[in-house]
Design a protein around this ligand. Structure first.
Ligand code: ADP
Length: 450
């Protein structure tokens, strides 16, 4: 096992990793920018190192500074959390060159899944169903036109190097194709330094359903069921739940086993999430994330498995001890991403929290690095924390969620608590009857206006 883990992240995920390390008896090193001197992860770690000024590129993304921090503290492993360097294959390689373990998959798998075209091809070869689309990058506009007509409109163009919902465009008819391609190419070049695009069938009302996997890099791998992340705004997840209201046990076991088998075949190491659009009873692979995800607590609550602890164990070379038939699901969990932002306009609202009272009680979990008097810096994401609620049934979970949301007090900054309070009362949500555009349609019809 590792002796000392450096956590190359901030906020709630840094705290989450710290907690797992403490339980495992592993010493921790926090790193922070000058804007995060008073952050909770810095206070709770055994040691801390300042790695640079506020902009992420100069601190949390600053590889030489992180290497120096490992050297100074003698950390033998780095946990990257999510975001920042978590899916940077080069970072994993550089760490290895300096005899520091990267807690994540092997660089070749990070690289494979980071290239969405290669990922889709690999998925197909591994027997995972994919969205119909171009077999590789798009060449000329004429080729795109032929392809789109073959697949049938509407289609979606996406950036091969994409992420975070950027560089995607829906195209409803042939006439819109040239301008959409030009905009998507420009956006992709600006955001990712690469303008390779690919094209796929645009699914009108699918659900976003993802499968959590865990492997030990030696050919053992299991799935931990699914999360339904269909409630999104601008392709960003807002509310996640497990199980999906749309799946039965047979459907879950079947797609779960397909994915787990693929992971055994490639000898996948660590945690990962295989994402699908679920449409008309069919799964369509869109991408794989090779890191721990924001919404991992949903799975933890319904399986009682500590994903970060397992992630650390397998990264240290231990065999996966969990067997598929040892994974037992119980009850239902919902996660709400509580952000410092205006509930209606979604404009970020950084600043000082002058009053903070998180909810508690049976089945309520809050993963947050916020505290009374904490000033949310303007430099990073606006996540204040995640409220995760568990119940024996989905109905009980929703009841508990409404109660917990009522208890939550965050004063001093604007929050999206009002959005969740409204969602938890909506008939479609209560019925589990929603898809990836439901939330935007709800907002567009003024669902949040008093
Ligand atoms: P990113 O890596 O940028 O998050 P994804 O490929 O995971 O991109 O897609 C993010 C979201 O975009 C999906 O959850 C879904 O809402 C939407 N999306 C992606 N592909 C399609 C598609 N073919 N049809 C309809 N919606 C899509």
């Amino acid at each position: 096992m590792f002796d000392k883990i450096l956590i190359a992240n901030r906020g709630e995920i840094a705290l989450r990793v710290l907690r797992a390390c403490k339980e495992l008896g592993i010493a921790t090193v926090a790193v922070h920018s000058t804007a995060d001197e008073d952050a909770m992860h810095v206070r709770l770690a055994d040691e801390s190192v300042c790695i640079g000024p506020p902009p992420a590129k100069d601190s949390y993304l600053n590889i030489p500074a992180l290497l120096a921090a490992c050297e100074i503290t003698g950390a033998d492993a780095v946990h990257p959390g999510y975001g920042f360097l978590s899916e940077n294959a080069r970072f994993a390689e550089i760490l290895a060159e300096h005899s520091v373990h990267f807690i994540g998959p092997r660089p070749e798998h990070i690289r494979l899944m980071g290239d969405k075209i290669a990922a889709k091809r690999a998925a197909e070869q591994l027997g995972i169903p994919t969205v119909p689309g171009s077999d590789g990058g798009l060449g000329s506009d004429e080729e795109a036109r032929r392809l789109a007509n073959g697949i049938g409109f509407p289609v979606m163009v996406k950036a091969a190097a994409g992420g975070g919902g950027r560089g995607m465009k829906v195209i409803r008819g042939e006439a819109d194709l040239p301008s959409a391609l030009a905009t998507a190419r420009a956006e992709s070049k600006a955001a990712f330094g690469d303008d390779t695009l690919y094209l796929e069938k645009y699914l009108e009302r699918p659900r976003h359903i993802e499968i959590q996997v865990l492997g030990d890099g030696k050919g053992r791998a299991i799935h931990l069921g699914e999360r339904d992340c269909s409630l999104q705004r601008r392709h960003q997840k807002v509310w996640e739940e497990g199980h999906s209201p749309a799946l039965n046990t047979a459907a879950r076991d079947s797609i779960g086993e397909t994915v787990a088998k693929a992971m055994r075949e490639i000898k996948y190491l660590g945690v990962g999430t295989v994402e699908f659009l679920y449409d008309d009873g069919a799964f369509n692979f869109i991408e794989m994330n090779t890191r721990i995800q924001v919404e991992h607590p949903v799975t933890e609550m319904i399986t009682d498995i500590d994903l970060i602890l397992e992630q650390i164990r397998v990264a240290a070379g231990n065999d996966l001890e969990l067997a598929q038939d040892g994974v037992k699901f119980h009850g239902h969990a919902i996660e709400c991403r509580i952000n410092a932002e205006n509930a209606v306009s979604f404009r970020p609202s950084p600043g000082k929290i002058i009053h903070y009272h998180p909810p508690g009680g049976l089945g309520v979990r809050v993963d947050s690095a916020a505290y009374h008097g904490y000033a949310i810096p303007p430099f990073y994401d606006s996540l204040i924390g995640k409220l995760i609620v568990h119940g024996k049934t989905r109905g009980e979970c929703l009841m508990r969620l409404r109660r917990a949301l009522d208890e939550f007090v965050i004063d001093g900054v604007e929050t999206n608590l009002a959005l969740f309070r409204a969602l938890a009362q909506e008939k479609d949500i209560i019925d589990g009857d929603y898809h990836i555009h439901w939330l935007e349609e709800f907002l567009a019809r003024g669902g949040l206006e008093p």
